[in-house]
Design a protein around this ligand. Sequence first.
Ligand SMILES: [Zn+2]
Length: 136
Amino acid sequence: MAVARDPCSAKRRDGAPCGALAIPFGAVCMSHGGAAPQVQIAAQRMRLQFDLWCRNEDLQAGLDTSARFDLLCRFTAAQRALERFEAKIVEVAELRVHIAAARAKRGESHLPPWQPSADDLAILGVRPKRRHARAS
Ligand SMILES: [Zn+2]
């Protein structure tokens, strides 16, 4: 999907516009926050919303053609992709709340949220990864 990208909305220290292109479906470039997970997630959601809009346009344009069933399938697939992504965002947010509450109970609130402790992984049912790759 080829999409025109906006210029980065950030300004340099001298007040001039950044000049770089924003990440696809985002407002800022990689140097001005475009690499941050929450920005990447928002951009991905926007991409899926745009895809759904495009599939709807295709479907409406092709309703009177023999391709309408195929177009409906593509529209439905785009709808499901967006729904799955949004459900995953909610799931991750709920897990973060769960982990924060468990950490507060254990007095581990000082740990950064991106650094799971062994107890966090146990709550999630994940075994901690080995620190060193096994020698083959
Ligand atoms: Zn920038």
